[in-house]
Ligand binder design. Structure first.
Ligand code: GAL
Length: 846
């Protein structure tokens, strides 16, 4: 017994020693985060764990590491972890501990942004909706009930992390935590209480004693010792609020989010790389891509209102977990170039000088002789040649060159050496379970959702109710129902003229049913105003209005109070006489949610499914079900909902989110090609105008079995589910790249003059690599060294082209997963002297 105790004690001491040995001391000074006494240049990327699956996490983290990240940044999603007060959930996609441990296993750090307000285009900004009903609560201000809940949740998370020894101070990966989020953007609306709230937030966070620093983003008055950090498309001009704090950038928006009804935003990588390089040029030492992988808003997690289910964000890793090229590859090269400068960057502050109008040099020179320089051309129009330390350098417009030894350029943000990889979706029919060759439509069954009130918990209330207060967001759906008696002589029955039902709603979708038939519908973000001509009959008439939310607001002062639903007025007008009656204050019957939601139709298990043909289509409010085989292969899977209207879908009981392929992107602001030069804005580079905002919806592979999968849809608008198909995301059909003689050699081959006295000339290289390890380069569709024209898919030879181009590239590449071809006249000969030549290649993998 005693001996056992002794061994236990010894083991405990050894364990403590191990922890002490691996524990890191994280502090900061005016230059950088300091880990174990050493300043660090850190490159970070956001991955929000519930926006992918635990099965996807290891690969996403590995691809982040391969892309050159040191840190993974994530918010903590309160609404997911405490869906009901004190009922916690840390399972599945919400297994935060597992996620953090996986990041640690890959050897990366974590920045844990607890918030607990997170914004993030997440439903209600991350707040659980029960919070709204806490008596006396006022969100995000000096309010006791709010502070109590915020402290409880923050403590819960910190305790959990401590218990699992996940703070760096305990040997774990978390080097930094965030409290609140961008409160400084809106705090003026909260008056004097904002100041005391922020002070309280800071001291509450500090009292939790994590052993690592805390930050507040966009909070110029962040109290000591909270690090105030920057968010935005550019943060090179940012300075923290104290000389003792490092310059850190917590959100560099790698693209932008998509909304239903919006065109798709994208951000050119030349501009993103420029923004990053400018930040490190001007003294930054920590930068985070928001997002590095955006992922998917499964379930009803998307905020907004009207945020789409896809949260792809044009991030370096796409929604499906595939690297997006050339974005991922170009940034990877940039990260390598920055890391070549690390010793000089952490040693000193930059000396910034002008090299001419819109031309700027920053030099980091240490006493021990290391030197790194960044040369920038901030001009948006013309390339420039500058003289720096007696040498001449060409700087394309809106670009930064990185010189890790103050002499030789390792990287320029505008010169892309990474190939563009086309990705396409291969469509295949939703193969009915068991491979039956029967007509696909016959494989569907359905259940009609009753129009109007059908549940026993419906209730009567005078007046029109706000939706969030009424549903507590338990469902997107709220029925407002009224039955009225129309006498035979009433003006609303005037022959030849219809009555007009006028409805006003705070959003986001309204369907009006008159006597059980859909009479009209409309949608809007915060305001819907409808005038629907209707036919009434003498005697009893029913008006059933279905109001549908599409994500609760997540941003802005008092966003929690914006409200939704049919708050009125609702009036009935005679189009002939003009007289009207206001129905707003009548006694309405309310039903929260749909019957099928309560009876659990989402799982597909009910015995009520009807498989009789014909399948009713193009009618509102029908639940559909089918079973199917998983698409073959291992490529990511999406369901193409073209043909359906709007609703929610489940695969094997897992909600894949809201689908809405009939929401069409505004025909406004799209550009054929977007010039990366000049300041980026969220609406600068848009595509997909006039087309559905989102037709493809991600179904994680791990949710699928080889056969016997169930797909259930709640189609609210009316559509034809038999048109639904699978789309698997294919990569590698075409790799395209143009590398000019004026491009730089790969960063990996960069060597400093000081290290090699006889620097051998290195040449640019065109590198190709098939994205999937089982693929090899199967053909070279185009290759020309000379003055090639066009772009991927439409390359053509220019006036000058080496006749050996194709055979050289073929020989170097075909049959291999990856290949490198030097771009020089040494290899291709010189087809036109005195001209700067390029090598353009289009290849395909299979
Ligand atoms: C920021 C916010 C993020 C996210 C982003 C836009 O203001 O902090 O959570 O909402 O905007 O994607």
């Amino acid at each position: 017994m005693f001996k056992g105790r002794k061994t236990e004690m010894v083991l405990l001491v050894i364990l403590q020693l191990i922890v002490a040995a691996t524990a890191a001391n994280v502090t900061y000074d005016h230059r950088a985060l300091v880990i174990d006494g050493k300043r660090k240049i850190l490159i970070s990327g956001s991955i929000h764990y519930p926006r992918s699956t635990p099965e996807m996490w290891p690969e996403l983290i590995q691809k982040s590491k391969d892309g050159g990240l040191d840190v993974i940044e994530t918010y903590v999603f309160w609404s997911g972890h405490e869906p009901e007060k004190t009922k916690y959930n840390f399972e599945g996609r919400y297994d935060l501990v597992k996620f953090v441990k996986l990041v640690a296993k890959a050897g990366l750090y974590v920045h844990l942004r607890i918030g607990p307000y997170v914004c993030a285009e997440w439903n209600y900004g991350g707040f659980p909706v029960w919070l709204h009903f806490v008596p006396g609560i006022k969100f995000r201000t000096d309010n006791e009930p709010f502070k109590e809940e915020m402290q409880k949740f923050t403590t819960k998370i910190v305790d959990l992390m401590k218990q699992e020894k996940l703070y760096a101070s305990q040997g774990g990966p978390i080097i930094l935590s965030q409290i609140e989020n961008e409160y400084g953007n809106i705090d003026s609306a909260y008056g004097a209480a904002a100041k005391s709230y922020i002070k309280w937030s800071a001291s509450m966070a500090l009292s939790l004693d994590t052993g690592v620093p805390w930050n507040m983003c966009q909070q110029a008055d962040a109290p000591e010792p909270m690090i105030n950090t920057c968010n935005g498309f550019y943060c090179d001009q940012f300075t923290p609020n104290s000389k003792n704090k490092p310059k850190m950038w917590t959100e560099n928006w790698s693209g932008w989010f998509l909304g239903f009804g919006d065109p798709s935003p994208y951000r050119p990588v030349e501009d993103l790389a420029f923004a990053v390089a400018r930040f490190y040029q001007r003294g930054g030492t920590f930068q985070n891509y928001y997002m590095y992988h955006g992922g998917t808003n499964f379930d009803r997690t998307s905020g907004g209102p009207l945020i789409s289910t896809s949260y792809d964000y044009d991030a370096p890793i796409d929604e499906y977990g595939l690297v997006r090229q050339p974005k991922w590859g170009h940034l990877r090269e940039l990260h390598k170039a920055i890391k070549l400068c690390e010793d000089a960057l952490i040693a000193t502050d930059p000396t910034i000088t002008s090299l001419g109008s819109d031309l700027e040099a920053a030099v980091y020179k240490t006493e021990s002789g290391s030197c790194a320089a960044f040369l920038a051309n901030i001009g948006t129009k013309s390339d420039a040649t500058v003289t720096f330390n007696g040498k001449s350098y060409t700087l394309p417009a809106w670009s930064v060159s990185i010189l890790p030894d103050c002499k030789n350029v390792a990287f320029n943000t505008a010169k892309i050496n990474s190939a563009t990889e086309s990705t396409t979706f291969a469509h295949q029919a939703l193969k009915p379970d068991g491979g039956s060759s029967a007509e696909f439509g016959s494989q569907w069954s359905y259940i009609k959702e009753p129009i109007g009130i059908s549940k026993s918990d419906a209730f009567l209330k005078p007046g029109l109710l706000e939706q969030l207060d009424t549903t507590a967001d338990k469902s997107d759906y709220l029925w407002y129902s009224l039955s009225m008696d129309i006498k035979g002589d009433e003006t609303f029955l005037d022959e030849g003229s219809k009555a007009v039902l006028h409805i006003e709603s705070l959003g986001q979708v309204v369907y009006a049913f008159i006597n059980g038939k859909l009479a009209g519908s409309g949608n809007g973000k915060h305001k819907i105003s409808l005038d629907i001509p209707i036919n009434l009959v003498p005697g009893k008439n029913t008006i059933d209005l279905l109001s549908v939310t599409v994500g609760l607001a997540n941003y802005g002062a008092f966003f929690d109070l914006v409200g939704a639903g049919i708050t009125g007025p609702v009036t009935l007008k005679s189009s002939k006489s003009g007289s009207s009656i206001d129905l707003s204050s009548q006694k309405w019957t309310y039903q929260v949610g749909l019957k099928g939601e309560d009876t659990g139709l989402a799982t597909g298990d009910s015995s009520e499914w009807v498989s009789k043909s014909p399948l009713p289509t193009k009618q509102p409010l029908i639940w559909y079900k089918t079973t199917f085989d998983s698409p073959s292969g291992s490529e990511p899977v999406a369901i193409d909902f073209t043909g359906t209207g709007k609703g929610i879908a489940w695969v094997n009981g897992q909600s894949i989110g809201r689908y809405w392929p009939t929401s069409i992107a505004r025909n406004d602001g799209c550009v054929d090609s977007c010039d990366y030069r000049g300041a980026y804005r969220a609406n600068k580079c848009l595509k997909n105008c006039g087309k559905p905002s989102q037709t493809l919806y991600h179904v994680p592979r791990s949710w699928l079995k080889p056969s016997g999968n169930t797909l259930v849809l709640l189609e609210e608008m009316g559509g034809d589910p038999t048109q639904i198909s699978f789309a698997t995301k294919q990569t590698g059909q075409s790799l395209c790249l143009t590398v000019s003689q004026a491009h730089l050699p790969p960063v990996d081959t960069w060597t400093s003059d000081s290290k090699i006295s006889n620097r051998t000339k290195t040449y640019p290289v065109l590198s190709l690599r098939c994205p999937v390890s089982s693929q090899v380069i199967s053909s070279i569709k185009f290759a020309s060294f000379g003055t090639p024209k066009g772009s991927c898919g439409s390359f053509s030879k220019g006036r000058c082209s080496s006749s050996r181009s194709l055979s050289i590239v073929r020989k170097a590449c075909v049959g291999l997963r990856s290949c490198n071809v030097e771009v020089s006249t040494r290899v291709f000969g010189d087809p036109c002297r005195g001209v700067v030549k390029s090598l353009a290649v289009e290849a395909s993998c299979s």
